[in-house]
Design a protein around this ligand. Structure first.
Ligand code: SAM
Length: 286
């Protein structure tokens, strides 16, 4: 992991103090590639010199890219412009001792979920069955398989590249025995699966309500749900409690009773708006 203070110095050398302040926290390192998330108000040509400076200062960085859009579309990917060095887009990204091959232009990837990947893995008990509805390149599924002892983990994604990399990563991390990957719409597949799961992950806040409804059909009574959702809250410390209320309400509308027992505020996404994950036990199902 590169220290923030080093990235800040590199940005200051390339851009000067004023611009560096706006940019240094927006530099992400994925394997041997650096990605800069462009602030809306700065022109693209400002970033060429930062790309060159990152290559000079961090010898293991082989390429630098500028991300010029937020994540968008159902596949949740960004648009990129190549800034410096090699133009490759497939990286080897390491997280919690696991290794993930992924093309960041084709599949959602964000180190911001890293804490939650391990937080959930620590909750999984021996022999559990786990459904990961929006698996991406399968970091939750693989970290769970590596650090817990689930009986099996089913991962679903709509993006064919996510499915391709999930399968590659399952092999790379030697967790194939406990893992299956399905390509398709999780909202439909979840309801179609005949087995019921001990734990269902829904790491896609944009589909929160629909996913929670579908998950109630595929979770066991007494099992755990982990919906992700966006919450509006005046203060960050109240965001989780707000999320609890919403999860209980939406489950109730779907004919279920859930008891929130924990969770985590993943990040702020706008002023007073947070991306939150809730841990809830299923007390009664539709
Ligand atoms: C936020 S990303 C997942 C992040 C991933 N779980 C991780 O930990 O990095 C959401 C994923 O949901 C997938 N997706 C969107 N709609 C879907 C649907 N209806 N069924 C299955 N996957 C879907 C996208 O392709 C994307 O990979």
């Amino acid at each position: 992991m590169v220290k923030g203070s080093l990235l800040r110095k590199i940005a200051e050398r390339a851009l000067g103090l004023e611009y560096a302040k706006l940019v240094w926290k927006r530099i992400e390192i994925l394997g041997d590639v650096a990605i800069i998330r462009k602030p809306f108000d700065l022109p693209i040509d400002v970033f060429k010199s930062l790309g060159e400076e990152l290559l000079r200062s961090l010898p293991y960085i082989k390429g630098v890219w500028l991300s010029i859009s937020p994540v968008h579309g159902i596949e949740r990917v960004r648009e990129y412009i190549h800034l410096a060095g090699e133009a490759k887009t497939e990286v080897l990204y390491k997280e919690h001792g696991c290794i993930f091959k992924v093309d960041f232009t084709k599949v959602y990837i964000s180190p911001v979920l890293g804490f939650d990947h391990m937080r959930i893995a620590k909750m999984v008990k021996d022999g559990e069955s786990v459904l990961n509805m929006f698996a991406g390149f399968a970091p939750y599924s693989i970290i769970i398989s590596k650090y817990a002892h689930p009986s099996y983990v089913v991962s679903i994604d709509l993006n064919k590249y996510a499915v391709k990399y999930a399968r590659i990563n399952i092999e790379l991390n030697k967790v194939a025995a406990a893992n299956e990957v399905l390509h398709g719409d999780a909202l439909l597949l979840t309801e179609a699966l005949s087995e019921k799961f001990d734990r269902v992950l829904m790491p896609y806040p944009e589909l929160f309500e629909k996913a929670l409804r579908a998950s109630l059909k595929s979770v066991k009574l007494g099992g755990y749900l982990h919906p992700h959702l966006f919450v509006t809250s005046e203060k960050k410390q109240n965001a989780l409690q707000e999320a609890f209320k919403i999860v209980v309400e939406v489950a109730k509308k779907a004919g279920g009773i859930v008891e929130p027992v924990g969770g985590h505020v993943i990040r702020g996404v706008a002023p007073r708006k947070y991306h939150v994950v809730v841990d809830a036990i299923v007390k009664c199902k539709s």
